[in-house]
Design a protein around this ligand. Structure first.
Ligand code: ZN
Length: 307
């Protein structure tokens, strides 16, 4: 078997207005735009990557902002919430910060002993801030949020499923063993320090998710180059049909639709977002993988303006 997976690599969601998306994730949440590129499967749409200073694995939230996207519906068969990790003692700061920015937020509450602050992005995507004493220092970007309050990266994701099995079983295989349970929420944890939590919310009656703005497209887990093919084989053995290994320039990816309907990706930690840009210049210009560089003029002409 390949090694256990330490945590989430990135999460990719669908948005609408790219300028509004950029403003929310950088100015309101204080993440850094670490890559400005296009959806490699639809080059008329941006692919915006936000993260810590260098876009380390476990910190990067990415978007396909389709300007005319219709709102989706968050529901079963999807990642139904994305949680970011903040240092303990930062909840009041974030309550005030989100209120000042007129963000749609609810009151903080306790879940498995942690304080959770739920809110939504401008497209309605469900997000959470989870405060923990063991949040790593990380490498937060210079930005509007003071370093001691800054988002460290992912805490985890919630999967909404009509039936917890067999996704729970797959997660166990990946290294995310079940550690706790509270009513219909099953907590699975791996041993990494970012993106190490996957909660399964089991609700046979919940509405089925529908893709669109404000919904997650897929969740990617960190694997090593040497383990990636083994994970692909392990998925095939389970009767899941993964894609081939796809070169995404900043990582290599295998995608697999899991039995519960959620799209998983197995993405390599290397080479990372600094492979084609200096760390001080990340996100400033449109970056294309070399196989799209010949179409740059056409691609740039088809994209909306972005600050
Ligand atoms: Zn991905």
């Amino acid at each position: 078997m390949p090694d256990d997976i330490p945590g989430i690599h990135h999460v990719t969601a669908i948005g609408s207005d790219p300028s509004r998306n950029l403003s929310f994730y950088t100015r309101t949440l204080g993440l850094r735009l670490v890559k400005r590129s296009v959806n490699q499967d639809d080059v008329s749409v941006y692919h915006l990557f936000y993260g810590d200073r260098g876009g380390s694995p476990g910190t990067s939230m990415t978007f396909f902002p389709y300007p005319s996207a219709r709102p989706g519906q968050v529901g079963t068969g999807q990642v139904s919430a994305v949680a970011f990790l903040i240092p303990e003692g930062s909840v009041d700061y974030w309550v005030d910060r989100l209120a000042d920015a007129d963000v749609d937020a609810a009151d903080p509450f306790e879940r498995f002993g942690d304080t959770v602050l739920p809110f939504r992005d401008p497209d309605g995507l469900p997000l959470e801030l989870v405060a923990r004493a063991d949040a790593p220092d990380g490498d937060p970007p210079d930005g509007p949020v003071p370093e001691r309050r800054a988002i460290r990266g992912f805490f985890g994701v919630t999967l909404s499923l009509t039936s917890a099995e067999p996704t729970a079983n797959l997660l166990e295989t990946m290294g995310f063993g079940e550690t706790d349970r509270e009513r219909d929420r099953h907590r699975h944890e791996s041993d990494g320090d970012l993106g190490y939590v996957v909660d399964i919310l089991e609700d046979p009656q919940a509405p089925r998710g529908r893709p669109g703005a404000g919904t997650v497209h897929h969740v990617a887990f960190q694997v090593t180059e040497s383990d990636q093919a083994e994970w692909r084989d392990a998925l095939i053995e389970r009767g899941i049909r993964p894609t081939e290994i796809i070169d995404r320039k900043w990582f290599k990816s295998v995608y697999a639709r899991t039995d519960g309907g959620v799209l998983f990706e197995f993405a390599t930690k290397s080479p990372g977002y600094t492979v084609d840009e200096d760390i001080d210049e990340l996100g400033e210009r449109l970056v294309l993988p070399e196989w799209l560089e010949g179409r740059r003029d056409e691609i740039e002409a088809g994209l909306p303006d972005l600050p």
